[in-house]
Design a protein around this ligand. Structure first.
Ligand code: FAD
Length: 438
């Protein structure tokens, strides 16, 4: 709510919340043909598509937040290249018109009785269910956080509450260690922990402070990136820019009053290192949404248990899923959501006609590695970690054009294409481009 207050102050004068959809707290038992849980990237995208497929009156979305954020731009907010306010829009404005917005939190899903219970104790029944609840951040799994964010020189691009602290830390940096972390869990946008590091390097060079800085990256992973083609380029970049990379280490404690961070060596857990920092960027541990974890829809870890081709639930054929909450074995990104949305739309339209789903998701995902204030290396790949690139050029190179796409084109495609269910990711564009080349 605090964030909404701030957003409202920042909205241009005269801008209105156009609530053509209907919104309410649930008071009585309700029933929908299609119930969507979560109004983030995947939830809004699918509700727009389901509206087209079955009519707005048959679709409802359960989402408690007043503001919907375009999270990928926070990388640039943390580096001072964009403002925070335009990254959020009132949920009322992006909810497809006519679709019912249930402004509450899902508390329990019971797929045996096709029932969802919300925080206020109400029940909603459904014929079909799309689960799009995202993942959860766990700053509290690092000793000293989240309270450590009250101190200066520490930030995280992963949350609306902490992203502007990154930019403050960067501006305040006088010298010493600038430290960047990647936790020992699955995360969304696996490139974001590095992007802010390259932007920090560029900012310190621009402001003449780079000579007094050690830029250090601690990652739990045994590699800099999972796809070899892009990993090779990233190793070149860190070498050129004099950035130290420590593999198989993760952050376990922050003593923010002393500006110290404690890391554990994952290959030798007895070994810990304490590092003094002038600036610290934390990527928090992440995990499944607690509403799914331990329930009948979860796999053994807690993620939504889906068929990786069709995005239909493995045990409940009237349940589907999309995005960060799922166990699809690919990187969790908005780009993946875009590609998944086209497949899921097709799967559901087949299931409605009692036909077999016939389109397969190939695991497409993408990571625009921002490597400076005007360059990006655009990684795109599939389930097999094989590059599946949109452009007929070597995408492992840093390019200005890709920065322009990330900073200026993608936000438009997001608000006006993806969230309206009109854009299914770069797959079709890629095919057209490649056909055009032949
Ligand atoms: P979300 O968009 O997170 O939506 C989940 C929704 O569920 C939220 O609205 C939440 O309020 C709601 N919810 C949660 N619990 C409940 C409940 N109990 N009841 C009801 N509703 C609930 N992706 C890219 O493609 N490219 C990038 O460059 C990129 N960069 C990123 C940089 C950063 C710093 C971050 C944080 C993310 C980035 N991403 C990027 C990732 C991308 O934003 C996510 O993968 C995408 O938003 C996932 O969509 P989703 O619908 O699964 O989850």
């Amino acid at each position: 709510m605090a964030a909404f207050g701030r957003l409202k102050q920042c909205l241009p004068t005269g801008s209105t919340i156009c609530s053509l959809h209907t919104s309410s707290r649930v008071t009585a038992k309700q029933h929908y043909k299609m119930l969507v849980l979560g109004g983030g990237t995947g939830g809004i995208t699918m509700s727009a598509r389901m509206k087209r497929l079955m009519g707005a009156e048959n679709v409802a979305v359960v989402e408690p937040s007043e503001v919907h954020y375009y999270q990928p731009i926070w990388t640039l907010v943390g580096a001072g290249a964009k403002n925070l306010a335009p990254s959020g829009r009132p949920t009322a404005n992006i909810m497809p018109s006519g679709v019912k917005w249930v402004k509450s939190k899902v508390q329990e899903i019971n797929p045996d009785s096709n029932t969802v219970r919300t925080e206020d104790g109400s029940e909603i029944t459904y014929e079909y269910l799309i689960v799009a609840l995202g993942l959860q951040l766990h700053f509290e799994k690092i000793k000293g956080l989240p309270e450590g964010f009250e101190h200066p020189n520490i930030g995280s691009n992963y949350s609306v509450e902490t992203v502007e602290k990154t930019w403050k830390a960067l501006q305040n940096f006088k010298g010493g260690n600038a430290v960047f972390t990647y936790p020992n869990t699955l995360i969304k946008c696996g490139g974001a922990p590095q992007k802010i590091m390259y932007l920090t390097d560029a900012f310190l060079r621009k402001t003449g402070k780079r000579a007094n800085a050690n830029i250090i990256y601690y990652t739990s992973l045994p590699v800099i990136f999972a796809v070899k083609k892009y990993a090779d380029s990233l190793w070149e970049i860190v070498k050129q820019r004099d950035i130290q990379v420590n593999l198989r280490h993760h952050l376990i404690e922050v003593q923010a009053d002393k500006q110290e961070a404690v890391f554990q060596n994952l290959d030798n857990p007895e070994e810990t290192k304490t590092i003094e920092y002038g600036m610290l960027h934390v990527t928090p541990p992440m995990g499944p949404n607690m509403v799914i974890k331990g329930g009948p829809l979860a796999d053994e870890v807690g993620w939504l248990d889906l068929d990786k081709d069709t995005l239909q639930h493995k045990s409940f054929p009237n349940v589907f899923g999309i995005g960060d909450c799922t166990n699809l074995p690919t990187a969790k990104t908005g780009a993946a959501v875009a590609a998944q949305s086209a497949v899921l739309h097709r799967t559901i339209s087949k299931v409605l006609k009692k036909e077999k789903p016939d389109m397969k998701y190939d695991g497409y995902t993408s990571c625009p590695f921002v490597t400076s204030y005007n360059t990006v290396m655009l990684a795109e790949y599939d389930y097999d970690l094989q590059p599946v690139e949109t452009f007929p050029i070597n995408q492992a190179k840093e390019r200005r054009l890709m920065y322009y796409m990330k900073a200026d084109v993608m936000p438009h495609l997001y608000w006006h294409g993806l969230l309206r269910g009109l854009w299914g990711g770069p797959g079709p564009a890629r095919k057209l481009l490649h056909l055009g080349m032949k």
